[in-house]
Design a protein around this ligand. Structure first.
Ligand code: UD1
Length: 419
């Protein structure tokens, strides 16, 4: 378990390039198993979750080569249909191999996935959807055995627009000989990225990014090269770092429309956000002010993955900001840590009331999950004195070269890895 040690209250300046999106890269890499032909995926960020995905691909028998941000996957040598419990537990996205394996070999043996502890995170919607597609599923002693001779397609109405379940349905049905329609599909940009990758391989997926997605199964898919889109949550994290330190920053490689709901919070806080193509400039005032109530929602609503980060911003914004977490039931663990730094936050059920303080104080704090960890780094950047953010292996799941990038912008942050 490593730590970030941050000396706060240093202004940032310059420009930072946003990494490829973790939540796109993970399902796209899993999707190569469904494609069944060699693929080259560019702009893959260097993250522990990507390492876990590569481990799963190799354990299934795929050939994998990595060079900088490029990952070559040849799934032509698939030898296994089973993913060990140890690998399943490394991250939530391991569940996406279910649809990919069904598509490729008609069978998958998995167990419940791991991932950040932000709620119960069941997989009932995934399994119910697979059953609707004709997959036979038996669960015993923690093992989930899934098999299917023929995906039967049809209409699947999701009770909630789950990102992972939408991805699994797309993957399971992409190589069937029928049509599958997802109603109330997740509309996140990462779904669009996955569909665009699969379509570049010859899939016929329409409606990705809308509530109704139609997958016309095809006989086979072909090799492809694809570049993962930029990470919208990482872009917002750098914007938050600029906001709390009163800085002007250029954030490069962003798709502004992906972060519209978060933009408005920065603007209400007093920041100026200017966009030009895939670049944005954020100019922050000396003192931020509170912003309108945040309600986390499925896309295009305010992303739950930005909730902790914007709570760090609200902690030093004059006035009261109300933050409501609607997606995950245990995604307020950072509040206790922000309070250690002097934040004034009251919480009841899924609502946090943040009364901005003049200044946070450096303290020893724990990352409790990926985005909570990033929020504490943001808080540390503007706190008086030294902040030690412990348990940064969570942050390693989603932020590549975080300390290096922030240091290059003028932050004083060091990584200390414990042996
Ligand atoms: C993905 C993202 C994660 C983001 C989340 C919501 C990846 C790798 N992760 O996670 O960063 O925070 O979307 O935008 O892309 N649910 C069920 N049953 C299910 C599936 C989900 O009840 O079978 C519930 C979850 O517990 C949660 C909600 O639905 O309360 C949203 O989950 P979902 O959209 O599936 O998120 P993930 O795909 O796990």
């Amino acid at each position: 378990m490593g730590q970030y040690i941050i000396e706060g209250r240093n202004r940032l300046c310059g420009s930072v390039k946003v990494q490829g999106a973790k939540n796109s890269a993970l399902p796209i890499l899993a999707a190569t198993v469904a494609v069944g032909k060699p693929c080259i995926i560019h702009n893959c960020p260097d993250l522990s979750d990507i390492n876990s995905t590569v481990k799963i691909l190799k354990c299934l028998g795929c050939k994998v080569q990595r060079s900088n941000g490029m990952i070559f996957v040849d799934p032509g040598h698939l030898v296994k249909k089973r993913i060990s419990d140890v690998l399943m537990r490394e991250m939530r996205s391991s569940i996406i191999f279910l649809g990919a394996l069904l598509s490729s070999v008609g069978e998958a043996v998995i167990s419940a996935p791991g991932g950040c502890d932000i709620g119960l995170r069941p997989i009932d919607i995934h399994l119910a959807s697979m059953r609707k597609l004709g997959v036979n599923i038996t669960e015993s002693h923690g093992e989930i055995r899934c098999s299917c001779k023929k995906i039967k397609g049809g209409k699947i109405v999701l009770p909630f627009p789950s990102v992972g379940a939408t991805e699994n349905i797309i993957l399971a049905s992409v190589k069937s000989n029928c049509v599958t329609t997802i109603i109330n599909a997740a509309r996140e940009p990462e779904i669009v990225d996955l569909a665009m990758f699969l379509n570049s391989c010859g899939a016929r997926i329409t409606g990705a990014g809308e509530s109704t997605v139609v997958i016309e199964g095809v006989d086979r898919l072909n090799s492809s090269q694809y570049a993962v889109m930029p990470d919208r949550i990482v872009a917002c994290t750098y914007m938050a770092a600029a906001a709390v330190t009163g800085s002007t920053l250029i954030v490069d490689d962003v798709i502004p429309v992906h972060i519209t709901p978060v933009f408005s919070c920065f603007e209400q806080a007093g920041c100026r956000v200017e966009t030009s193509g895939t670049q944005l400039r954020i100019t922050s005032p000396e003192k931020l002010c509170a912003f309108d109530r945040i309600q986390t929602m499925p896309y295009p609503g305010f992303p739950t993955d930005c909730q902790a980060i914007m709570m760090a911003v609200a902690s030093v914004s004059k006035g009261v900001t109300i933050i409501c977490e609607n997606i995950f039931e245990n995604r307020f663990q950072h509040i206790g840590e922000l309070r250690r730094m002097g934040a004034n936050i009251k919480v009841q059920d899924k609502i946090a009331v943040v009364d901005g303080v003049d200044c946070l104080q450096g303290a020893f704090v724990h990352s409790t999950d990926l985005r909570a960890g990033a929020a504490l780094v943001v808080a540390g950047l503007c706190a008086e004195g030294t902040t030690t953010v412990d348990r940064i292996s969570y942050i390693d799941r989603g932020y590549a070269s975080f300390a290096e990038n922030l240091s290059a912008l003028g932050a004083v942050i060091q990584r200390k890895d414990q042996l």
